[in-house]
Structures are given as C-alpha cells and as structure tokens.
Ligand binder design. Structure first.
Ligand SMILES: Nc1ncnc2c1ncn2[C@@H]1O[C@H](COP(=O)(O)OP(=O)(O)OP(=O)(O)O)[C@@H](O)[C@H]1O
Ligand SMILES: [Mg+2]
Length: 259
C-alpha cells in the first residue's frame, strides 16, 4: 500500500506567460484515492495531463509504475497509456460515436480482440458504470449530463486500468447524482483495485471518498493530508478555500465523522 505509483519531482510548467507549476512535488501511493484541490486556474487539469505526459512539463521528472516517463520513452509511455484511464473535465466523448462505440474505442486502439469481444467488453463497462443496454446505442447528445459522466467513466475503465484519473467527475451533477457517482467510484476502486487521482471542487466528495487530499497553490502542493487534517492546517490559502461559507458548512456536518 505504501509503494508510490506516481512520483513527480520538481515539476515546472510555464504556460500562457506564467508559471502554473513551480517546483511541484507529489507522490501517489498505490491503491489510494487522492484528490487534488485548489482554486480555478491553480493548475489541476494541467497536472493530470502532465502525469499522463499528454503535456510535456517545462522541467522536472515524472515516474509512473516505477519508470521514468519522457516524450521519448515510447515503451514506458505505451505501458502508461495502456494501464490508465481518464475522465476528462469536459468528458471528451466523440459526438459522432454511440456510447458503445465510445467505450469500444480504447479497446480497438490498444488490443487485438475481435469486434464481437470488444463490443461485449464495452457493454460490460457500460453496465458497470450504471448505464443500461438501451443507452449503449445512444449518442452523447442524447444522454443527460450525469449519464455523460458515467459514459466517460465507462470509457476510462475500458482497458481495466490500474490508474484512473478523474477531472471534476461530479461537476454539474445534482447532489443525489453526485453522491451516487461517488458511491460508484468507491465500488469500482474496490472491485478493480484501482489507484485514483481525482480533481474535484466537491467538498462532499473529499469527505466521502478520498484517502488524502493535495492542496495546490502558488504552483506547488502546499499541503497533502487526509481531509480532516487538511482543514485544520494554519495556512491562509487553505483556510480561505475550506473555511469560506460553503466549506465551513460542510466541515460542520462531517467534523468528528471521519478521521
Ligand atoms: N495550453 C495552454 N496554453 C496556455 N495556457 C494554459 C494552457 N493550459 C493551461 N493554461 C493555463 O494554465 C493555468 C491552469 O490551467 P488548468 O486548466 O490546469 O487549471 P485548473 O486548476 O484545472 O482550473 P479549473 O478549476 O478552472 O478547471 C490557467 O491559467 C490556464 O489558462
Ligand atoms: Mg481544470
């Protein structure tokens, strides 16, 4: 449980005339659910893209599954992409593909399986994500926002990943759907023995789902701890984030409930 599955050292990212990340260090432990929080524009989505080398950092080193990842490390990169799944912030479903075709896509790209097997596996993932056989032939535009999140999740787990990245998975969902999605993520994490790195602004999710939370600010991980500990840290940026009117209300509900 204590073995790092992702190690970021001294990561710097210079984007749009400013340092989004400036000496960022972060280690993700195998089997944990780690959340990344921080204000809008703090560099959370950029950090997920960097971990997957979808974006090359300006400086610093990235190790995933014990191997250093660089734009030229083709074998390590291929292994990384074959063993991870991503739910992007805006779902990134192919609008001209049905749900089944969307979920089948990574299986087609990364395996030599027959079309029939691919369709069967894709259907299993659709059901595992809480959607139905009838949904499989629908196009993304025919799905509600919550169903699109589930569709993106089904695609993210298509290859039975070890590592799952979720960028704001409950954004835009009503509280009940968000809670149901959290439950789904927890169940999948247990049954598939996943390591999950998720970006979220959902304070309920932090308390219900995560093992640790990393707070991003000033281009770095300013603090990383279980949520109950993180909200007590004496730092003005953390306090502004967690003890604003919304954060404080939630903290009251959960205080004493979870360590
Ligand atoms: N490709 C790019 N080119 C220029 N600037 C970029 C690029 N990608 C990200 N940025 C900038 O980097 C900063 C961090 O963006 P990022 O999307 O990572 O933020 P975030 O923490 O995910 O925010 P949000 O909570 O709003 O999703 C922003 O100021 C953004 O404008
Ligand atoms: Mg983002």
């Amino acid at each position: 449980m204590n073995e790092p599955i992702i190690e970021l050292k001294h990561i710097k990212n210079y984007l749009g005339n400013s340092w989004v990340h400036n000496d960022l260090n972060l280690s993700v432990t195998r089997g944990e659910i780690l959340a990344i929080v921080g204000g809008s524009g703090a560099g959370k989505s950029t950090l997920l893209r960097t971990m997957l080398m979808l974006q090359t950092p300006t400086a610093g080193t990235i190790k995933v599954f014990g191997q250093e990842i660089t734009p030229n490390s083709t074998t390590a990169l291929h292994y990384l992409h074959q063993h991870s799944g991503v739910l992007f912030q805006h779902n990134a479903l192919f609008s001209s593909f049905t749900l089944l075709e969307n979920v089948a896509f990574p299986l087609k790209e990364h395996t030599q399986l027959t079309q029939q097997t691919i369709n069967q596996l894709a259907l299993l993932k659709i059901l595992a994500a809480g959607l139905t056989v009838e949904d499989a032939n629908k196009y993304p535009a025919e799905l509600s926002g919550g169903m699109q999140k589930r569709a993106a999740l089904a695609r993210a787990i298509a290859l039975d990943p070890e590592l799952l990245f979720l960028d704001e998975p409950t954004a835009g969902l009503d509280p009940q759907s968000a809670a149901a999605f959290d439950e789904l993520v927890l169940n999948l994490q247990k049954t598939l023995e996943l390591t999950i790195v998720m970006v979220t602004h959902d304070i309920d999710t932090l308390w219900q789902v995560t093992n640790r939370v990393a707070f991003l600010g000033e281009g770095r991980v300013l603090a990383i701890a279980p949520i109950a500990e993180l909200v007590t840290i004496n730092n003005p940026l953390l306090q502004a984030y967690f003890t604003g009117p919304r954060g404080r209300a939630i903290e009251k509900i959960y205080s004493g409930k979870k360590n």
